[in-house]
Design a protein around this ligand. Structure first.
Ligand SMILES: *Cc1c(COP(=O)(O)O)cnc(C)c1O
Length: 577
C-alpha cells in the first residue's frame, strides 16, 4: 500500500542578508564597540553552525573602534586602532558607487568567512578608501561611531545603499529577507524602494508594501535618546530631493527629521525587541507597531572557556551541535564545576597580575564587571557606600572586584565613571582590592566572564535592552548578581542562577536603595554561600549552566529568528497580545 504524500508545502525561507553597523568577527579585528557588534557576530556564528544561508554586511572600520589607555587616576585617552583588511581578507572583485551630495563615492568590499559546523558564510566589509574617491570620502569607513551627523549619515548611506548595491553586483540571488540589526542600516529600504519604483507606473505606496515584505528589524534601544536621528535638511543635502520624496511618501521623514528607528519600523514586516522586558518597553515607545520579543543569546562554543568546553565534551558531547544538551549537565557531579572554575579563575588572576602587577587573592569572593563605560550601566553603584563594603568584607570574608570597559571618546560621563572606580579603588586599598583593566575586547570579556566568581550588573532600568555578558558568564557556570532589567528578568531564579538586586518594577527608583539591596544580598546570601558552603556554590554553578546556558545561547535565538521572522508565511501571523 502506498503511503499518502505529505501535502503541506515545507515553509520556505530564502537567503537572509544581515546588516549591522558593527560585527565582532574575531578579537584581532577591531570592528566593534560592544554588545551590539558581539551579538551580530554571534548571530552569524550560530547561522553557520546551523548551515542557514545568510550573508553579513557591515563597514570595514579601518581605524578600529579605539585603543584605550588609562592613566593612574583612570583618565582615559584614545588612540586609533588601525588594522589592514588586505592582510587578513580577500577583496571581492566588484566595486559599486553610491551618490552623496551628487558626487560618486566608490565602495569596495572585503570578504570574511564565518566558519561553523554547518558551513561558512560570507561577511562583506564595505570600504570607501579607494584612490578614485575624494580625500574626505576615503575616510567614511574609518571610524565606528566617529565624527558628526554629516559623517554618520554618510556612513549609513554607504552601509544601507552601498550594501544593497554590492549584493546586486555580487549576484547574490534568492535574498528574501533583509535583516536590520538596529536602525543604522535602515536606508537599505530606500535601495529596495528605488528598485520597486523602477517602473514609472508604480504607485509608491504599493512599492513600500513590497519593500515591507522583505525587511525585518531588531531594535536595541529602549530609550528615545538612543535613537539615531538626522534633520531633513541634511537628508536632502546628501541624498537629493527625489529620495527625500520617496522617504516622505513612506512617512520616513516625520517632523522634519529622519529617525532611523522610525524608518526601520515603517519598512519592516516583522519587528522584535531583544528580551521580554524590552518588548514591553518598546511597545510603550512605539505603540503603533506590533513588536515581538526574541531574547538575545551568545554563541556557546565561542564563549565557553576551555575548561568548560572540555567538561561539556566529556559529559554532553552533543552540546556544540545542539546547545539544549547543556540542560543535561544536571547529572554531572558538582566537583567537576568547581574544578573547571578553579582553572578559569587561576588563568584570570595570572592575566590580571601580568597586566597590572597586582596579585589578587585566589580565595577572595571575586566580582566582575566588564561592559561599555556609560552612564546608565552605573559601574560605580557598588561603591555607593564604601564603609558598608569594607564592613561586609571584614565580616563575611575577603572580597575583590575586577573591572573593564571603554567609554566612547565623547562620553564625558562615561569617562568620569572610570575615574570614580579608580577613586573608590584608592579609598578601599588594603580592605577590598579593586582593579580596572584597559583594552576591553572579546578576549578580555571571555577571561573575566569565566574567571570571576560572580558577575555583577547594575544598570539603571529600563536602559538595559538585554545585556549579554551575564549570558557568557552563565555558560561558564558563573552566576549573576544583577538588577532585574533586560535578559535577567527571564534568567533570574533566586539562589539557583544568581541573585536579584532591587525589586522587579520596570524602572529604577533611587540608586541608594538599589545599592543597599546589593549590599544586603552580598552580605546575607552571596558571600556566606561562597565562603562557607562551597558544595552548594558548585551546585549553583551547575544549575546556572543547566537553566541559563541551555537557553540564553545564539542557537536558540537563531532558531527563533527562523521560525518567527525569516519564514514570511509564519511571520505574517498576528503577534501576541
Ligand atoms: C558581551 C560583550 C559586551 C556586552 O556586555 P553587556 O553585558 O551587554 O553590557 C560588550 N563588549 C564586549 C567586548 C563583549 O564581549
Amino acid at each position: 500500500m502506498n503511503e499518502p504524500d505529505v501535502e503541506l508545502p515545507a515553509p520556505q525561507a530564502g537567503v537572509v542578508a544581515y546588516f549591522s553597523m558593527e560585527i565582532a568577527l574575531e578579537s584581532g579585528i577591531p570592528t566593534y564597540s560592544g554588545g551590539l557588534g558581539v551579538l551580530a557576530g554571534d548571530t552569524l556564528r550560530a547561522a553557520a553552525d546551523i548551515g542557514y544561508p545568510m550573508v553579513g554586511v557591515t563597514l570595514a572600520h579601518r581605524k578600529g573602534y579605539f585603543r584605550q589607555t588609562l592613566d593612574d587616576r583612570g583618565g582615559q585617552t584614545e588612540a586609533a586602532d588601525p588594522w589592514d583588511p588586505a592582510g587578513l581578507l580577500e577583496q571581492v572583485p566588484p566595486t559599486v558607487t553610491v551618490r552623496i551630495e551628487g558626487r560618486p563615492v566608490r565602495v569596495r568590499a572585503w570578504r570574511y568567512w564565518v566558519e561553523g559546523l554547518g558551513g561558512r558564510l560570507p561577511v562583506y566589509l564595505l570600504d570607501t578608501n579607494v584612490p578614485d574617491n575624494f580625500p574626505f570620502d576615503r575616510t567614511l569607513t574609518d571610524c565606528l561611531y566617529g565624527g558628526d551627523d554629516y559623517y554618520r549619515l554618510c556612513q549609513e548611506v554607504v552601509l544601507g545603499l552601498g550594501g544593497v548595491a554590492l549584493l546586486r553586483a555580487l549576484n547574490h540571488r534568492r535574498i528574501t529577507t533583509y535583516h536590520m540589526n538596529e536602525g543604522h542600516s535602515a536606508l537599505l529600504s530606500l535601495a529596495l524602494l528605488r528598485e520597486e519604483t523602477a517602473l514609472p507606473t508604480d504607485n509608491v505606496a504599493q512599492a513600500w508594501g513590497r519593500v515591507r515584505r522583505q525587511c525585518v528589524f531588531t531594535t536595541h534601544t529602549p530609550v528615545p535618546a538612543g535613537q539615531d536621528r538626522f534633520p531633513e535638511r541634511l537628508v536632502r543635502q546628501l541624498l537629493g530631493d527625489a529620495d527625500a520624496t520617496l522617504l516622505l511618501a513612506a512617512d520616513g521623514l516625520p517632523d522634519g527629521e529622519l529617525n532611523m528607528t522610525g524608518l526601520a519600523l515603517t519598512c519592516s514586516r516583522y519587528v522584535n525587541g531583544v528580551a521580554l522586558r524590552h518588548e514591553e518597553v518598546s511597545r510603550g515607545l512605539f505603540p503603533d507597531y506590533p513588536i515581538n520579543a526574541i531574547t538575545n543569546g551568545v554563541h556557546a562554543a565561542t564563549w565557553a572557556a576551555d575548561p568548560f568546553r572540555r567538561l561539556y565534551d566529556r559529559h554532553v558531547p552533543e552540546w556544540r551541535r545542539d546547545n539544549l544538551y547543556l540542560r543535561y549537565v544536571v547529572d554531572v557531579p558538582q566537583e567537576e564545576f568547581a574544578a573547571a572554575h578553579a582553572e578559569c579563575k587561576q588563568l584570570m588572576l595570572s592575566e590580571v597580575e601580568r597586566r597590572t602587577r597586582v596579585r589578587l587573592d585566589v580565595n577572595a569572593l571575586t566580582l566582575g564587571f566588564a561592559r561599555r563605560a556609560t552612564g546608565y550601566k552605573r559601574a560605580d553603584l557598588v561603591f555607593n557606600d564604601l564603609d558598608r563594603l569594607r564592613r561586609i568584607a571584614d565580616a563575611v570574608g575577603p572580597l575583590q572586584i575586577v573591572f573593564a570597559g571603554k567609554a566612547h571618546p565623547r562620553d564625558e560621563a562615561g569617562k568620569a565613571l572610570i575615574r570614580r572606580v579608580y577613586e573608590a579603588a584608592a579609598a578601599l586599598r588594603g580592605r577590598v582590592a579593586v582593579v580596572y583593566l584597559d583594552g576591553h575586547d572579546m578576549g578580555l570579556v571571555k577571561l573575566l566572564c569565566s574567571g570571576v566568581d560572580v558577575w555583577l550588573n547594575t544598570p539603571q532600568k529600563p536602559h538595559e535592552a538585554s545585556g549579554t555578558s551575564g549570558m557568557k558568564a552563565a555558560l561558564n557556570g558563573v552566576p549573576s548578581l544583577s538588577v532585574l532589567d533586560g535578559w535577567w528578568v527571564e534568567g533570574w531564579v533566586e539562589g539557583v542562577t544568581g541573585w536579584a538586586v532591587g525589586d522587579d518594577s520596570p524602572t529604577s527608583t533611587a540608586s541608594a536603595a538599589e545599592a543597599e539591596s546589593l549590599y544586603a544580598k552580598l552580605e546575607q546570601a552571596v558571600a556566606p554561600l561562597y565562603h562557607s558552603r562551597p558544595v552548594e556554590f558548585a551546585r549553583l554553578m551547575r544549575s546556572t549552566i543547566a537553566l541559563n546556558g541551555s537557553f540564553f545561547n545564539a542557537q536558540r535565538m537563531f532558531v527563533q529568528y527562523i521560525g518567527n521572522a525569516y519564514i514570511p508565511q509564519l511571520a505574517a501571523r498576528p503577534v501576541r497580545a
